[in-house]
Design a protein around this ligand. Structure first.
Ligand SMILES: Nc1nc2c(ncn2[C@@H]2O[C@H](COP(=O)(O)OP(=O)(O)OP(=O)(O)O)[C@@H](O)[C@H]2O)c(=O)[nH]1
Ligand SMILES: [Mg+2]
Length: 329
């Protein structure tokens, strides 16, 4: 079940960062050398965009007014420029839309970009953070509404809830720490997703990847099978864990699974993406044990996509595990 032949055509993945939060995530992915997808920055803040590093940058004019008024104006403008978005996304197999919900730019434009992505026939994924409930009420209402709209428009919505992170980090955590962890989770989640979706394709991961092995535990190429799962429609949550020492892979997997299970909805997952990232000096010991752990924790029926990513550098003995659990609505 190993070593699928790379398809003759590479999977075309476009990742669109929208608004400040979304673009910060994209910028970090580029800085970390995560190669393969085409990156697009979309924002109204021209100065901020000039500092961004995506392959393509799109700006829309900035308006004044309350966040709700600004969103309405922007939505209208985006609707009038639908052809522009269609052109931007044409030819993509997968579109991942990244935004921090609760602001005006990401919240209002993400659903419109999603609509265009579906129209060009791409598997359309939203990867978003939800704001803290102690934030401004306007932002919260906006985020809740947008989650509902996005669930209708995208095929799969991957969510990081800042409130859940705050609970995990404890009362002393400040918003900046929560945002940092949320961004890191999105990055690792997207990395796990694109690694699995592009299994066998050489430059799908970080530039320093020596070898990526993906198994789907059936006869089909896992990218096709995973795309089918994503397309059926689901809400997905991410868990991350790191460990070093003798039982590091198991410990990191345990931490990632526990982390993911803090989102109650993931307890009935239909599919699980499990990505182990290790340095070239580490050995992967028992894949079957990892799979058993995941099935026991989530669901015995869940389909598992397993990716083993070996970075071409020393990770100081540390192993990272990322889990994405997707549940059909
Ligand atoms: N993930 C993440 N979220 C952030 C960060 N900074 C702020 N947020 C959260 O993201 C929400 C949206 O903020 P932005 O991304 O700045 O909003 P925007 O879409 O650019 O729209 P504006 O309101 O016009 O700036 C805020 O309500 C915060 O909850 C960050 O660095 N990372
Ligand atoms: Mg902004």
């Amino acid at each position: 079940m190993f070593g699928y032949k790379a398809s003759s055509r590479k999977t075309n993945i476009k990742i669109v960062g929208i608004g400040s939060g979304g673009n910060l995530v994209i910028n970090q992915m580029i800085s970390q050398g995560i190669k393969g997808p085409q990156y697009i920055n979309l924002d109204t803040n021209y100065h901020f965009l000039s500092l961004c590093r995506a392959h393509q940058k799109l700006t829309m004019s900035q308006n004044s007014g309350s966040p709700i008024e600004i969103s309405q104006i922007m939505e209208e403008a985006a609707r009038n420029n639908r052809d522009y978005f269609l052109k931007m996304l044409k030819g993509s197999d997968v579109v991942i839309i990244v935004a921090a919900l609760g602001g005006s730019v990401g919240s209002s434009l993400a659903p419109i970009v999603a609509e265009a992505a579906v129209e060009v026939n791409a598997v359309t994924i939203g990867a978003v953070t939800k704001p803290l409930t102690f934030g401004l009420k306007d932002r919260l209402i906006m985020a809740e509404k947008r989650v509902a709209v996005l669930k209708e428009r995208v095929h799969t919505l991957i969510m990081v809830q800042n409130d859940v992170l705050q609970e995990k980090m404890g009362r002393t955590a400040v918003p900046a720490d929560i945002f940092r962890l949320g961004d890191e989770m999105l990055i690792r989640g997207i990395q796990a997703l694109i690694t699995t979706l592009t299994c066998g394709e050489i430059n799908s991961g970080r530039s320093s990847i020596a070898f990526t092995e993906v198994r789907s535990f059936s006869g089909n190429p896992c990218s096709t099978e995973l795309k089918d799962f994503l397309k059926k429609g689901s809400t997905a949550f991410i868990g991350t864990g790191s460990a070093s020492g003798k039982r590091k892979t198991i410990e990191a997997a345990k931490a990632a699974i526990i982390h993911c299970l803090t989102e109650k909805q993931s307890r009935e997952a239909d599919y699980i993406i499990l990505n182990v990232t290790r340095g070239k000096e580490s050995w992967l010991l028992d894949v079957n044990l990892l799979l058993k752990m995941a099935k026991k924790a989530f669901s015995e029926e869940a389909k598992i996509f397993f990716a083993d990513t070996i970075l071409n550098r020393d990770m100081g003995g540390e192993v990272n595990v990322t889990v994405i659990a997707g549940t059909r609505e």
